[in-house]
Design a protein around this ligand. Sequence first.
Ligand code: TYD
Length: 136
Amino acid sequence: MDSVQLIDLPKVLDRRGNLSFFESNNQIPFKIKRTYWIYDVPGGEIRGSHAFKESCELIIALSGSFDVILNDGEVEKKYNLNRSYFGLYVPKMLWRRVENFSTNSLALIVSSISYDENDYIRDFDEFKMLRNEIKK
Ligand code: TYD
């Protein structure tokens, strides 16, 4: 599906506790412009349900687990994130839903652009239409 990538981030294993990291344009394929996180998600809630026109993102389950469901307008794929050293790279123009959050889970997201509501596509039919236009 497009260039979705589950990136195995570096791990510095240490008996004092482990450490992982990523840098702009190094372990991840874009320059970081913004970081946000999702937490205290009540059981059964769904986040996302939109696509971005231009921004790409990296999503990490820093704590706990959740599912990221990606849809390119034709095919849907589910990624279960449950390790703090895996980053899911999500390119632009993919519909995404985030659900099945475990208790106390923490989702860290880094984005290639500053927050811009105009970058969101919040209507699935509009998303499918725009995807079809790209394919032409
Ligand atoms: P939204 O991206 O729709 O949440 P999610 O996709 O996780 O379900 O954002 C929810 C609200 O938070 C929306 O009103 C915009 C605001 N927001 C910001 O102000 N800055 C940000 O960086 C993000 C991601 C959201």
